[in-house]
Design a protein around this ligand. Structure first.
Ligand code: PEP
Length: 269
């Protein structure tokens, strides 16, 4: 694969000093051969300016991490490697689980924790999510902490309360130094995989609620360093509107990250 190499670090958004992060959560899709092919196509499609606009991460299933790591390192592809989950213990009798330190050894940079599918289908509580976030940090990676309300909670006007308690569970016992490195993804549950995205103003409300909860424990300066993505039915037609909001620092994309055409169109939107 042709190497674009050199300095492809994302530049800070001049409106707030934060670097955007656009992440593709592949969920339980694509085997390792398909995963390699997708990353090759993405790198071929991305322009140098795309890598400057935002850091781009892909989050394949665990079975593809090693293959993608080798591809990214060998061809010096400036896409960051991400995982979709991890366990909070570092090793031991936890059949089927993968530790954060194992992910760190694979060159993983970002680990999604507390995705709503994990919370709903696998019973992950705020406490477990907080432990996972801390395990990721302890292995020198960055957690992408997913928060967001259900449709029922939205209708009951509990959106900000739900976000507050989910964020507080993670940040309340963390040092400010570590907290400012966190990435949150505001993902209203009703928008995930539904084809019905939030309005950009709803996303701003969500991002503000995340920062208010961080600020309560660590002050405004730390809250303004924390990055907040929006996720939920993002596509090339709505991506720009979310990214135009100064409060939104990137996107967490599910379905539309599974083809090079759709994901590239979002990044270039
Ligand atoms: C997600 O899974 O985090 C997500 C946002 O999915 P989708 O983009 O398909 O709604």
């Amino acid at each position: 694969m042709a190497s674009k190499s050199r300095d492809y670090a994302a530049k800070a958004n001049p409106r707030n000093g934060r670097c955007r992060l656009i992440s593709g959560n592949w969920k339980m899709n694509l085997n390792h051969l398909e995963a390699i092919s997708l990353v090759q196509k993405l790198h071929y499609s991305f322009r140098e300016s795309d890598y400057h606009f935002a850091e781009i991460s892909v989050h394949p299933p665990f079975t593809s991490l090693r293959s993608i790591q080798l591809l990214l390192e060998t061809d010096r592809v400036p896409i960051s490697l991400g995982a979709q989950d991890c366990y909070f213990e570092s090793s031991g009798a936890y059949t089927g689980e993968i530790s954060a330190s194992m992910l760190g050894k694979l060159g993983v940079r970002y680990v999604i924790v507390g995705h709503s599918e994990r919370r709903e289908l696998f019973g992950e509580t705020d406490e477990i999510v907080a432990k996972k976030a801390n395990a990721v940090i302890a292995s020198q990676m960055t957690p992408i902490v997913c928060v967001g309300e259900s449709m029922f909670q939205r209708e009951e006007k509990q959106t900000e309360t739900v976000i507050k308690s989910q964020v507080e569970a993670v940040v309340s016992s963390m040092s400010s130094e570590l907290c400012e490195e966190l990435v949150f993804a505001y993902e209203p549950k009703w928008a995930i995989g539904s084809g019905i995205p939030a309005e950009s103003q709803d996303a701003v409300v969500g991002a503000n609620a995340v920062r208010a909860a961080v600020s309560k424990y660590h002050g405004e300066m730390v809250a303004n360093k924390v990055r907040v993505q929006y996720g939920g039915s993002v596509n090339s037609a709505n991506a720009k509107e979310f990214l135009d909001q100064a409060e939104i620092d990137g996107l967490l994309v599910g379905g539309a990250s599974l083809t090079a055409e759709a994901f590239t169109a979002i990044v270039q939107a």
